[in-house]
Design a protein around this ligand. Sequence first.
Ligand code: FAD
Length: 575
Amino acid sequence: FYQKASTAFRDHHKLLAVCTISGGGLVAYADVRPFGSAYADAAQPPLKKTKVVVLGTGWAGTSFLKNLNDPSLDVQIVSPCNYFAFTPLLPSVTVGTVEARSVVEPIRNIVKKKNLDVSFKEAECFKIDTANQKVHCKSTQNTNIRGNAEEFTVDYDYLVIAMGARANTFNTPGVVENAHFLKEVEDALRIRRSIIDCFERASLPNLSEEDKKRVLHFVVVGGGPTGVEFAAELHDFLHEDLTKLYPDLRKYITVTLLEASDHILNMFDKRITDFAEAKFKRDGIQVKTGSMVVKVTDKAISLKERLTGETKTLPFGMVVWSTGIGTRPVIMDFMKQIGQGHRRVMATDEWLRVEGVPNVYALGDCATINQRSVMEDISAIFSKADKNKTGKLNVEDFSEVINDIVERYPQVELHLKSQKLKNFVQLLQSKQDGAAKKATLLDIEKFKSALSEVDSKMKSLPPTAQVAAQQGEYLAKCFNRMKECGENPEGPLRFRDSGRHRFKPFRYKHLGQFAPLGSDQAAAQLPGDWVSIGQSTQWLWYSVYASKLVSWRTRFLVIGDWGRRYIFGRDSSRI
Ligand code: FAD
């Protein structure tokens, strides 16, 4: 198994290092200097470079920047963070298994060796003006004489939106004011301080037993991978380090993990879910499923049982909210501006172009590939195949059309397995005998409506670093090969237009997912339904994450931190 798993992960790493997919439908390309002409003729004024503005320095933005290498581009980066943060290690930062500075790399370090014009502005974009191809930004540092943030605009020829997402509170009252989120490096540092604060508070004199229990009750809301990993890290910190320093408080400590659905880690294989739930039970982490948080105050959290409607109050010392992601306000405003106000997440096509706006791309957590456009393409495929415009296809042509669709949209293959479609296809096949076969016509509308019924079940890509990084890499390759592919388009035929698409569409390759469960145990779900659980998986986790860190500097620091933790334990100073 180990050999197979390490090959899978070596391939994974290779995949991140070497781009898998080439690009998509980038359109007109203004002011591009011809390749190889680079200022050779001194009499000629230098040609204007194409301005590419990148919003965000997270997984998607950084992956795009790391892979971009066309010197004819003038790249301007705008982000409130002048660094890239390796988010999968943030749960470890909350308890000091790894230090915050070990998981971040200055963005200037990442781009400095590039043969590109790159500049960085530490600011926040607050408005995108597509009519004038400008983004409005405000500094996170400078304020003007009236005390307001200094504002400026940046022009673009191409805009790459990679602003990620914000924590989703589902508008639950009191969450923003009283809970911690675990999204950014600052959040992880705040949680670390807050844990120690709870222990110091519980050590003060005059606290009743009840108060001590409350102060040392740690609640994690959300049983997804981040919430589970944080609960596991917290449990290890409490039991491996803090109980040694605060032995009298051991009996008051509780960790509760709340999940609204019936199981934690429900996106994983059942074997992993079962193992995680059993392990947490053994560790004494209270897993409470099937209850929704309805309110959070400074000292207690109110729950409502999903089945019985019964409400309950849990006093706590610290609560961490990790229930998924929502759209940032700036993106919501932008979506309203471009006619996507009815959507929850910004929609792009398969080339990562924002629907309805030219020269704007969106990748990572802030966008999703719109499946509706997939349905429209499928309709167009049928229309093209329906040569007599009767709305019906001969069954003989049917399989050809289906192959065409499946080749272009592999996700449709899953639909063909869904019961409704299966029945429909079986019905057709049953008619495919002898003379009847030729005569049978397929009613396109019926098939399309069967397909669109299951359309809602089409899964959008998960909001993960893996998706964001692959999209960034894909888009950079498109930009690098824009001229070449403009001359020799390599994408599929355009269904709603003539000719071919310039680039192949983006294809996500899922390479597996880990769930660290504490006490040096982890679970992994690898492609091909491979499941691995236990200590060896934890070592696989160490090696995969060490190899995926963005630089040698951070790699050394993180490995050093892991070693320090083994030898000396975690540091519990409140600084
Ligand atoms: P981000 O990485 O969030 O980057 C967004 C960028 O936009 C940031 O630089 C931000 O500063 C910037 N920005 C924000 N607002 C503005 C603005 N107004 N103007 C300009 N810039 C702005 N995924 C995995 O695949 N595996 C894991 O193990 C994993 N673990 C995780 C653990 C934690 C604790 C968290 C929080 C996430 C984890 N994820 C994991 C998910 C992963 O981090 C995200 O899917 C990924 O970060 C998305 O990348 P992104 O570039 O879209 O957004």
